[in-house]
Design a binder for this molecule. Structure first.
Ligand SMILES: *Cc1c(COP(=O)(O)O)cnc(C)c1O
Length: 384
């Protein structure tokens, strides 16, 4: 088979199963509205949970940072790319979350890959929740360690696997809030099971940080657990981009020696670090935004209970409506777009087969009227 034939075959398979993916061009996006093709839609599919991507203070901080430092970092943090702005942000994050150290990464994907591949060795075992993000599962699969997946959010299933004999060390991996379902992990039970087996716990809180917990400190703060490695990302509630790993002094020094995504990659622009410090300030003082978001979630769930689509038991900003078939999900998303609502159809392999869904996401910048009009349109579109 030639390269061309292989690619054609893969594309044909995707098209035949209604799982072909394309990108939509936005003229202006995120926050409450998304404009595409000159038409404004109410946006219910972003991860900008607090609406911070459009926040004037954060925009100004990025501009000020660019004027002070220029637009690029000029190199890896190990060479010339680590500025005062990066250093300050790392310290602020460590203080805020109660860890000795924080290390910045250009993305959550890179952070997860870096941590897992730097830590896991041949005799080790990684135990990951079955529904963990692709960046976690893929890193574990590519690492020399053995990967075992435990039943979603099931500490019992995890305990069973932790008791199997292992020559090396065990690393347990889960998320605070699951990206496609919106449900929360039982972190307390997962932490106890992990400690009992003398393993280490890594929590990816991409969708919890900024949204849950005191001052938006996230899922771990909310559930009073302290993972050995906490990954937070800045592309969601922080409204920007990038990520950080929170850990001990020694772990940070170890990652600086062995995490290839840090060593062989250009550091984030210093101006972005400046913007992130401003975003952190807004997040910490964001109780009002978080309570508005909670009100929006409650309002949506109350109304959505009357739809002929299954709602997942989620109390977070991620409120998926399970449709099932890919074709039907695409049709609903297209119908809603016609009505002026931007909702994304999420299909396998991102989610399990037969569970294609409209992944509705709510933000603090939506008004109660926005939620009501969304629900009315969904009733009409689904014949509910
Ligand atoms: C979005 C996401 C990531 C990736 O983060 P990026 O900064 O977008 O690369 C990692 N883990 C989870 C759970 C996510 O939802």
């Amino acid at each position: 088979m030639s390269w061309q034939a292989r690619i054609e075959q893969a594309l044909a398979d995707r098209r035949n199963s209604d799982s072909f993916r394309t990108r939509q061009i936005n003229d202006r996006g995120n926050g409450r509205f998304l404009t595409s093709g000159g038409r404004q839609h109410l946006n219910f599919s972003g991860n900008d949970y607090l609406g911070l991507s459009q926040h004037p203070e954060i925009i100004r901080a990025w501009q000020t940072g660019a004027e002070k430092y220029g637009v690029g970092s000029g190199g890896s943090g190990h060479v010339t790319g680590f500025s005062t702005a990066h250093h300050l942000l790392e310290q602020e994050l460590a203080d805020w979350l109660g860890y000795p150290r924080a290390l910045l990464f250009i993305s959550g994907f890179a952070a997860n890959q870096a941590v897992i591949t730097a830590l896991a060795q041949k005799q080790d075992r990684i135990l990951a929740d079955k529904l963990s993000h692709a960046s976690l599962l893929e890193a574990a699969m590519f690492s020399p360690a053995q990967l075992r997946r435990f039943i979603h959010n099931d500490a019992q299933s995890l305990s069973g696997l932790l008791r199997l004999s292992v020559e090396g060390l065990q690393l347990v991996v889960t998320e605070g809030v699951f990206s496609m379902d919106g449900d929360r992990a039982p972190l307390k039970e997962i932490e106890s099971a992990t400690r009992e087996a003398k393993g280490w716990l890594m929590v990816d809180d991409a969708h919890g940080v900024g949204v849950l917990g005191d001052q938006g400190r996230g899922s771990c703060d909310q559930q009073r657990v302290k993972p050995d490695l906490l990954v937070i990302t800045f592309g969601k509630a922080f409204g920007v981009s990038g990520a950080a790993v929170l850990c001990s002094e020694n772990t940070a020094d170890y990652l600086l020696q062995f995490a290839r995504h840090l060593i062989y990659s250009t550091a984030m622009p210093p101006a972005q670090a400046t913007a992130l410090s401003a975003a952190l300030n807004v997040v910490r003082k964001g109780d009002e935004m978080r309570s508005r978001l909670r009100e929006n979630i409650a309002r949506f769930r109350e109304g959505a209970a009357r739809l002929p689509l299954a709602l997942i038991d989620s109390q977070t900003a991620i409120q998926p409506l399970i449709v099932g078939e890919n074709a039907r999900t695409l049709e609903l998303a297209a119908g809603m777009r016609e009505r002026g609502f931007w909702l994304t159809a999420i299909r396998p392999p991102t989610v399990p087969n037969g569970s294609a869904r409209l992944r509705v996401t709510l933000t603090a910048s939506h008004t109660s009227r926005d939620i009501d009009t969304l629900l009315e349109a969904l009733y009409d579109e689904t014949g509910g």
